[in-house]
Design a protein around this ligand. Structure first.
Ligand code: GRG
Length: 291
């Protein structure tokens, strides 16, 4: 399949959905919605909502069935980037080649826009169409655990605590399983929960586990050998910050081998069922990407 075409078409669709969201469409100057719109429309690969769509296809449903869930995971991702860039965290001025939210707007408004994006995601989940109330509740529970103190937040806390300290590979894996992997896994599992398809839930969760780790290993590799003009950010920042990364711990070649290993395991997890083709191509993209 032509994955480049699929990625471009779905990216356009997702950006159109964001623009059609009332809060974005009616965002007035000087409001928190303006900051939310700025960050939501500042670019990005849109991989997490694309995973919601690919998972939905794997389950035999039209890709836009769970549009609100696709938006919810992208809103949470955007919140995490805004907060991660803040002076108290990574203190970055640029994201995707553009000024970070707290550089473009007052810092307090950037913090609040992140808070509002996180809560808006759950508003969207709770108003979900095309799913039974019990299934919506299961999906909300899964997502809130994934991005809370046992998932995303845990990963970020561990990441901050690990700065300028040497780490074991197993500790690094735990950080990334939470910080990067939890939201990818949620994007994949949520359509199974919303459609009550518990048979495929396990396969999607395992695929998500390997997808998240492969994605992060490649992210670490690109921070060493990537092209800044493609990435929209500087390279070499991980080593400047004294961050433990896969290339630092195991070397570039072994890091590449590990990413490939996760690619293979992800593909085995979902098998070659009808509808699995996009997921196969997506893990190829995650591992082979240059941005
Ligand atoms: C809750 C503050 C807070 C943080 C949680 C997700 C996260 C932890 C921090 C965001 C920064 C970061 C480097 C996360 C690791 C995952 C990752 C590589 C994110 C970037 O994802 P892409 O490449 O981003 O999909 P785009 O720009 O394409 O949307």
């Amino acid at each position: 399949m032509d994955i480049e075409k699929w990625l471009e078409e779905t990216r356009t669709t997702i950006e159109q959905w964001i623009k059609e969201d009332d809060l974005v469409h009616h965002a007035a100057t000087g409001t928190v919605e303006e900051v939310m719109r700025y960050s939501l429309l500042a670019g990005g690969k849109r991989l997490r909502p694309q995973l919601v769509m690919a998972s939905t296809v794997y389950l035999g449903l039209p890709p836009d069935t769970f549009r609100d869930a696709a938006l919810a995971v992208e809103y949470i991702h955007t919140y995490s980037l805004i907060h991660d860039d803040l002076p108290a965290m990574d203190n970055d001025d640029l994201r995707r080649g553009q000024l970070t939210a707290h550089k473009m707007f007052p810092e307090a408004m950037a913090i609040l826009s992140g808070d509002a994006l996180l809560t808006e995601a759950f508003v969207k989940m709770s108003r979900m169409q095309n799913a039974k109330a019990d299934d919506v509740l299961s999906a909300i529970t899964y997502l809130s655990v994934a991005v809370g103190r046992e998932g995303l937040i845990r990963g970020q806390v561990m990441d901050l605590a690990a700065e300028n300290r040497s780490l074991e590979l197993s500790e690094l894996k735990t950080i990334h399983r939470n910080k990067t992997g939890a939201l990818f896994r949620a994007a994949l599992v949520i359509p199974a929960l919303l459609s009550g398809n518990h048979v495929r839930q396990q396969a999607l969760s395992q695929y998500g586990e390997h997808f998240g780790l492969a994605f992060q290993i490649v992210d670490d590799i690109l921070n060493v050998v990537g092209k800044p003009e493609l990435l929209g950010k500087n390279i070499g920042t991980d080593s400047e910050r004294g961050k433990a990364t896969y290339p630092l711990l195991v070397g570039l070649e072994q890091a590449r081998r590990l990413a490939d290993d996760h690619r293979i395991r992800a593909k085995i997890a979902i098998g070659s069922e009808p509808g699995a083709q996009i997921l196969h191509s997506l893990i190829d993209f995650a591992v082979d990407r240059q941005w």
